[in-house]
Design a protein around this ligand. Structure first.
Ligand code: NAP
Length: 269
């Protein structure tokens, strides 16, 4: 029941139609009887949007593509990890003070570590945006050997410099991607509505590799179809979404979200 006491949370991004965060958070609010609601807003001007959300007292904001880096300029405080990562996916409104966090990196590591250990693994990280920064931060802590493959090579070099990684290459350098133990896609290639696209061709993948696809809409992206065709191991983006959302839920409500309840909400998609 929405009433005058309802606390509002939201996700902001562009595009944002693919986001499963509203259904995930709202399902748990309902199940636990919390007087919260979670909406999605398509946002182009991030500064104006944050000013508005702060003013009307929205209590929690999830940040998605393409705002995870720019948003740093407009918050009042950034926690230590998010500062090192240089990207934010979670903002808590503490009585008008916007405090920024990053829950992506722990969510991604948890999803990956269900399938493999990470120390000394050669990782081809596709993309150099907000999500790639979170992954680079987390995987460095696990002592993995990370190379960045990106369309804009300058951004790849920047990541290599910021996190002391192995090397930067164009995303078209498929020969190098072939020799990785783990391939991670952090680009939106393959996301709805362009579901017929893959960031790499099928012959980049072999059966001994693990492919982690952060895109979760659709669940079975073209890249995942390729991975299955090559009998390689899949790590699904919805697992990362789930684990990062569990931490986000706690930051927004102060309550531990039951993971089974969240997973059920995603499976209903
Ligand atoms: P971002 O900061 O905008 O970065 C996007 C990256 O993808 C950039 O490196 C960009 O390359 C590259 N890219 C974009 N379009 C491309 C294209 N057509 N061809 C080649 N490269 C392209 O975005 P983000 O916030 O990291 O989000 C990326 C994706 O991750 C989104 O699909 C998002 O939904 C997903 N995600 C999923 C989870 C989860 O929980 N599963 C969490 C976070 C994000 P340039 O540098 O050349 O522009």
């Amino acid at each position: 029941m929405i009433d005058v006491k309802t606390k509002l949370c939201c996700v902001i991004g562009n595009p944002v139609e693919q986001s499963l965060s509203p259904q995930l958070h709202n399902a748990v609010y309902d199940a636990l009887g919390l007087n919260y609601a979670f909406l999605a807003f398509k946002v182009t001007d991030i500064k104006k949007a944050l000013d508005g959300l702060r003013t009307i007292g929205v209590c929690g904001i999830s940040v998605t593509i393409p705002h995870k880096l720019e948003v740093l300029k407009y918050v009042d405080e950034v926690d230590k990890e998010a500062q090192v990562i240089g990207a934010v996916n979670t903002i808590v409104n503490d009585c008008g003070r916007l405090i920024a966090f990053n829950t992506d990196w722990r969510g991604a590591l948890q999803a990956l570590e269900e399938k493999t250990t990470l120390a000394n693994k050669r990782i081809a990280l596709l993309g150099a945006g907000g999500t790639a920064r979170a992954l680079a931060f987390g995987l460095t802590r696990k002592k993995a050997k990370i190379s960045i493959f990106n369309r804009t090579i300058e951004k790849a070099y920047q990541l290599v410099k910021d996190f002391n990684l192995e090397g930067a290459f164009p995303i078209s350098d498929v020969g190098k991607i072939k020799s990785a133990d783990i391939i991670i896609n952090t680009t939106p290639i393959g996301m709805v509505p362009d579901t017929n696209q893959s960031p790499i061709p099928v012959d980049c993948i072999n059966s001994s590799q693990i492919v982690f696809e952060v895109v979760y809409k659709p669940k079975e992206t073209k890249l995942i179809q390729y991975t299955k065709a090559k009998k390689a191991t899949v790590v699904y983006g919805y697992k990362m979404l789930l684990y990062q959302a569990q931490e986000q839920f706690k930051l927004f409500t102060g309550i531990d979200a039951p993971i089974e309840m969240m997973e059920k909400a995603l499976k209903n998609d």
